[in-house]
Write a protein that binds this ligand. Sequence first.
Ligand SMILES: [Zn+2]
Length: 492
Amino acid sequence: MQHLKRIFMYLGMSLGILFVILVINTLLSSPKPLNTEKSRIANQRNLNEKLNKSALEHLAAAITYRVIGYDDANNDSINHRALLQFHAWMKATYPLVAQQARWEVINQHSLLITLKGKNQTPAAMFLGHLDVVPVPDSNQWKQAPFGGNIQKDTLYGRGSLDDKNVVIALLEAAEHTLSMGMSFNRTLIFAFGHDEETGGINGAAAIAKHLLQQKIPISFIADEGFGVMNGIVPGLKNPCAIIGLSEKGSLSVKLSVKQVGGHSAWPSPENATSILTKGLGKLELFQFPSQLKNPIRGLFSEAAPYMTFGYRLLFSNLWITAPLVKSVLEQGEKTAATIRTTHVTTILRAGTKENVVPPQAEAIVNLRLFPGDTISGVLAQIKHVLNDPRIGIEIYLNAKEASPISPSNGDGYDQIKAAVHAQFPETVVVPGLVITGTDCKNYTAITQRMYRFVPFEFNSTNLSGIHGINEFITRRQFNQAVIFYVDLFQRL
Ligand SMILES: [Zn+2]
């Protein structure tokens, strides 16, 4: 009895000490002030007034060029004439950039614009893409998706958030930098691919090849991915600027079974479809392990100091709370996708006639790879789960490993972070992981520093328009982004 009492006493004391440690840890992660950065633009109000007159109108004009990427894209299906007209319009609209930069057309359709800087520091490269996704439901839009109409300072249009807004904001920022008599310290390169929505093979990949051949030194790349968002990190009241340090890999696997077919009136107990569906059933029940590793771990530890106390307690002490945090994140499909490799069956094929047992059945399983999980490792895991030699496993189409994780400090990251603090008050800057794909995946041979962030303050209505109905941007959102880039260019 005495013994048991002592055990409980020690247990209670240990728990008490643990609690004190957790609270101390939480209190120590006090927030640093967010608004210490000053803008590098001498007269920001003047610039905003200038932008009010024409910036969103320029984006509206850009929307009217119908450069649409279809899945069966090859060079012939691209609207060649629209692309060339779009290129010509850019040169005419941004005369100072047209005069002072080198404009190169890569692979007939993509654009590479180089603005020479004063010093020899390796260049900063900004990506954007000229193509947009199709609009299958244009009758449901408030405005014609390619009309370029502005109403009450709001522009509805396909590409207004993905990604003509980035292309035009960069050009506006460069033009205004030059018109205000400012110059660039280092060389800036704008790389505008024409087929991002269909993989970037003819655009971004060709630009990357060109840059490697020319041996052009590039320090970092900035691309689409995240923006400034509200209410996306639990427990965080401040707006949050997420800088994507990595993007998940992509792999499709073909599972196939071949068996003797026959008449459906006397089926054998096992056949191609039954073997395949049993295998798929095992896969359905399986999940790749959740991992609270970087960049997601970095996101939570950077955001923790600004969270409400309960969340701060949870996220400042991941060394002990990680299992709990993981189980919460596993509940939502988007949050679950940020902490593990995902898999889903996207195509099923078997049979051609209702009374014939098919001799062959196939399934395509699409996987998105968490950084650190490799294609070969994932394939081995699938084989292990299926545990059936009758199911053939092969890679289907192009597979891509998850991209390397860029450092969350140093050239590129630091200046973007400072520019966010200068232009978006009270915003917390954190690293993140992009769960879809960007053009960055085509540039991994160019630099290890890739930052997937664009300076647009997105809200949830905005986000639902991307690849959806009523994609829109407001004048305020657009001007803010241009001002951000003018300021950022002065920091590079
Ligand atoms: Zn895009």
